[in-house]
Design a protein around this ligand. Structure first.
Ligand code: PLP
Length: 431
């Protein structure tokens, strides 16, 4: 490695916070020079196969030429302009696509700059809806355990209260209602009564509840759990019968990851409000969107003050919108369903045999997501290190070793990825 890099990494270690990290970091970060497709080139020129898509986002791999071209064109035209009082074609063209592609009825779009903020905006919409209907007492939220909805204060308050990353802040958070997490896996059809806790809690507290917030089908950072579509359908029906709004957080699942364009489609539901982020720009720039039905927008508009009270500085950033348009068009022009089905089959074939391995609690695969859950939560760092030695980039989280590769990862690289993942787990468990 060049001398220069040595100094850069030292500065990084002493001065820069990374996600959920301390200064100085216990182990130095790994320097990256560049990334292309599913290959990450490190400072020392070593190459890693990317298993993370930069946290669900880079669905086309890195530096895709079509997206880069669109970004260059928009930079020439206008990278940014304020959205207050002004509008532009990238925002309009992107909104058109989102309205068309998302479940029927979601046709009002609010753009923001990160997933957490998209959820904050959804919560505000829900509260303003009830304020407008003169029911301000409906201000609490309900969710299920094992969820993850972001790192800001309103979203921390609906993350898993026990195992989540925010337990130390619990004294400073608004208290909401948590039902037991769905227990039956994706393929289970019997309901086993696992909706009963949700039902009981909603029937008890609905008069004070503005909205239910839930990740459809896949609970991401709160446990990488998959649950059956029928549970989601029941949640939707219960929300309707108790007059509570439904907010679907598809920030992780949106744009094909589960095998459907949006995970709500598995249960054939339209939520009142939908949050998108992560893969929206194909992981190239930060952008998020909150979509709502006309019922929400009309009620807020007819209430007092009649305005949706939110407006970030970089709202609908034209460069980010143009990037999102390019990413969506690229996705829809690709055989994404077949690609994801192919990845799913491969992950099943290569990862499911680990189920028999001692120390492995569960292996599960859905769409382009593969999860190995271990009995122990202390091997993550070791497995990351072993994976890097195997030429693979993974970022385990506690007992969860998981991958969500780019949809267009070449078959040979996918094979290297799962080989590296399986080897890293086996070595870690047997040492
Ligand atoms: C990542 C994520 C968020 C938060 O998005 P940020 O862009 O990190 O703020 C919210 N909800 C879900 C389901 C996520 O996966």
């Amino acid at each position: 490695m060049q001398n220069n890099w040595h100094q850069l990494l030292q500065f990084d270690q002493q001065h820069i916070w990374h996600p959920y990290a301390k200064i100085p970091s216990t182990t130095p970060m790994i320097g990256v020079q560049k990334a292309k497709g599913s290959i990450i080139t490190l400072a020392d020129n070593k190459e890693l196969i990317d298993g993370m898509s930069s946290w669900w986002a880079c669905i086309h791999g890195y530096n895709h030429p079509t997206i880069q071209q669109a970004m260059h064109e928009q930079i020439e035209q206008m990278p940014h302009i304020m959205f207050g009082g002004l509008t532009h074609q990238p925002a309009i063209d992107l909104a058109k696509r989102l309205v068309k592609l998302t479940p029927l009825g979601l046709d009002k779009v609010f753009f923001s700059d990160s997933g957490s903020v998209a959820v904050e905006v959804a919560i505000k919409m829900a509260l303003q809806y009830w304020i407008s209907l003169k029911k301000p007492q409906k201000k609490q939220l309900m969710t299920v355990k094992n969820g993850y909805h972001g790192d800001t204060f309103a979203t921390m308050a609906i993350c898993d209260p026990d195992n989540g990353m925010h337990a130390i802040f619990s004294h400073a958070l608004i208290q909401h209602h948590f039902a037991a997490a769905p227990q039956m896996g994706f393929n289970k059809t019997s309901d086993n009564g696992d909706i009963n806790d949700f039902k009981a809690l909603l029937s008890q507290h609905h008069q004070n509840i503005a909205a239910v917030v839930i990740e459809p089908i896949v609970q991401g950072a709160g446990g990488m759990r998959f649950y059956r579509p029928d549970y989601l359908k029941q949640v939707c029906q219960l929300c309707q019968s108790y007059n509570v709004l439904l907010i679907a957080d598809e920030i992780a699942t949106g744009f094909g990851r589960t095998g459907k364009l949006f995970a709500c489609e598995w249960a054939d539901i339209t939520p009142d409000i939908l949050c998108l982020g992560k893969a929206l720009t194909g992981g190239n720039l930060t952008l998020a969107a909150t979509l709502a039905t006309a019922k929400i927008s009309e009620t807020i508009s007819q209430g007092n003050p009649g305005l949706l009270m939110h407006g970030p500085t970089f709202m609908a950033n034209p460069l980010a919108c143009a990037t999102a348009i390019a990413s969506i068009d690229l996705l829809l022009a690709s055989p994404w369903k077949e690609n994801i089905r192919g990845i799913e089959k491969h992950l099943q074939q290569e990862l499911l045999p680990l189920n028999k391995f001692s120390g492995v609690k569960d292996v599960r695969v859905l769409g382009a997501i593969g999860v190995i859950e271990l009995d122990r939560a202390d091997l993550g760092e070791k497995i990351q290190e072993l994976a890097v030695q195997q030429g693979v980039w993974l970022r385990p989280f506690g007992s969860l070793i998981y991958t969500m590769p780019a949809y267009n990862i070449p078959q040979a690289q996918l094979q290297q990825l799962t080989d590296g993942m399986v080897n890293a787990v086996k070595i870690a468990l047997s040492s």
